[in-house]
Design a protein around this ligand. Structure first.
Ligand SMILES: Cc1cc2nc3c(=O)[nH]c(=O)nc-3n(C[C@H](O)[C@H](O)[C@H](O)COP(=O)(O)OP(=O)(O)OC[C@H]3O[C@@H](n4cnc5c(N)ncnc54)[C@H](O)[C@@H]3O)c2cc1C
Length: 403
């Protein structure tokens, strides 16, 4: 995507580009049509060691950092959005643990983090385990300030989990479901969060409901039920009560969904250029680029794409613990921009290219449907970003109108 790349970024982006062009792009039609999981793509990712992309080198992984991951994810999304989005759930499970050393934690918590990192990273490196992040619940969550209804009760040797997670991407595909739930205590609070990896095959775990949505069909985001599911203590990914702190101090952790939609935006633009130059395989090689209206619309697409890439690139390079207020607000603005512009670019691409581009034999109509999902992704849905920006631009932390 024409950024100023270092050598590691170049090599890895070339690798996923090769996989994307030669394998993911053609398979995406079938996965989308059938709403089936992209198993073959994951086989390719596994074979190239890409499940351990963001596992630090000292644990046997590739040690890829936040900005590099975002660029790689966007590249994958140019060819298969659902693969990029599900890959994000897996990679975030490792990325989120990488910043723990920079958090203001007690010594005992740091030691605990080390135990969890060793277990989970080892599984990914040696057994190539696949993780998901079913966090969403109806009407609950840290972004809403309401404790998760899914609970973990302390029992001898571990935890007993009960509850329900909706929109669980990689359901029946992941080896581990990394849920965020509430520790069952006398006074339940949103602060008492536990982040726990539940082995998918554990007794009491059930996948229910259909998955036949408008877009991102290959993510297989069905509903998970946990009925008295026992997991040992070391199933935790984070020590108790750290998750909320992490979300507050490391807001960029939620920006990892945006690269998928950045890649889709690029793909819509790429398709439009090829289409108007008469270079799309399966179309008569008739050039449509002489038309002035089409030229004007493509110019508009180019401007929107470049604006989106500019803020995207800036924000991925600003990800850190305790960012400044300006960096945090820019991250919300960038998330909003990418999610909204991705859909706008797909829509414009259809308008410019015309009716033939709507045919299911071309990727544009899938890009359009997939791009519509971006603005809904919690915790930074588009309206939530506006809500946060509206408040945080006008009020300082803890400030009220009574002061
Ligand atoms: C393809 C796909 C894959 C997904 N995969 C996962 C996954 O792997 N893990 C996971 O945890 N979740 C996943 N999700 C769930 C996603 O993150 C959201 O939680 C889910 O779409 C929210 O449900 P909702 O849109 O019905 O509800 P709501 O949150 O009610 O949002 C609907 C609308 O209500 C308004 N709204 C609601 N609350 C607020 C607020 N606080 N501030 C401002 N406006 C608000 C907004 O206009 C918003 O667009 C996935 C969703 C999709 C579509």
């Amino acid at each position: 995507m024409d950024f100023n790349l270092n050598n590691q970024q170049k090599t890895l982006i070339e690798l996923v580009q090769e996989l994307g062009k030669n394998k993911f792009a053609s398979r995406a039609f079938v996965y989308d049509e059938e709403a089936s999981f992209p198993w073959e793509n994951y086989e390719d990712l596994r074979n190239h060691g890409l499940l351990a992309l963001c596992v630090p080198k000292e644990y046997g992984g590739m040690g890829v950092d936040f900005p590099s991951y975002c660029l790689i994810s966007a590249e994958i999304a140019r060819y298969c959005g659902a693969t990029a989005l599900t890959y994000n759930m897996h990679i975030s499970s490792t990325l989120w643990l990488n910043v723990l050393n920079d958090l203001p934690l007690r010594e005992s918590e740091i030691a605990e983090c080390e135990i969890y990192k060793k277990i989970h990273f080892q599984r990914i490196v040696e057994k190539q385990a696949l993780y998901s992040q079913p966090i969403s619940e109806e009407g609950a969550g840290v972004s809403l300030g309401k404790a998760y209804q899914t609970t973990a009760k302390k029992v001898e040797g571990g935890w007993l989990i009960n509850g329900k997670k909706t929109f669980a991407s990689l359901s029946e595909a992941a080896d581990y479901y990394g849920i965020v739930c509430t520790e069952e205590k006398e006074n339940i609070s949103v602060e008492n969060c536990l982040y726990i990896a539940i082995p998918a095959k554990t007794q009491g775990v059930q996948v229910v409901g259909q998955w036949n949505p408008l877009g991102m069909r290959a993510t297989i985001s069905r509903t998970l039920i946990f009925d008295n599911v026992f997991v040992p203590n070391n199933a935790q990914l984070l020590p108790s009560n750290i998750y909320l702190k992490l979300t507050e101090l490391y807001p960029h952790m939620f920006f990892t969904l945006a690269p998928t939609y950045m890649g889709i935006a690029q793909a819509a633009y790429d398709f439009t250029i090829k289409y108007l130059r008469g270079e799309v395989v399966g179309m008569p090689p008739i050039k449509q680029r002489q038309n002035k209206i089409k030229q004007f619309n493509v110019a508009q697409m180019f401007i929107i794409l470049e604006q989106t890439k500019a803020i995207f690139y800036r924000v991925i390079n600003e990800a850190k613990i305790n960012p400044s207020k300006a960096e945090r607000l820019r991250a919300y603005a960038a998330n909003y921009t990418v999610m909204e512009n991705s859909n706008q670019l797909c829509s414009l691409a259809i308008r410019v290219c015309g009716g033939h581009s709507l045919l299911k034999s071309f990727p544009l109509e899938r890009l359009y449907r997939d791009s519509r999902c971006g603005a809904l992704m919690r915790p930074w849905g588009s309206d939530r970003c506006l809500e946060k920006l509206g408040m945080e631009t006008l009020y300082e932390s803890q400030e009220t109108d009574d002061q």
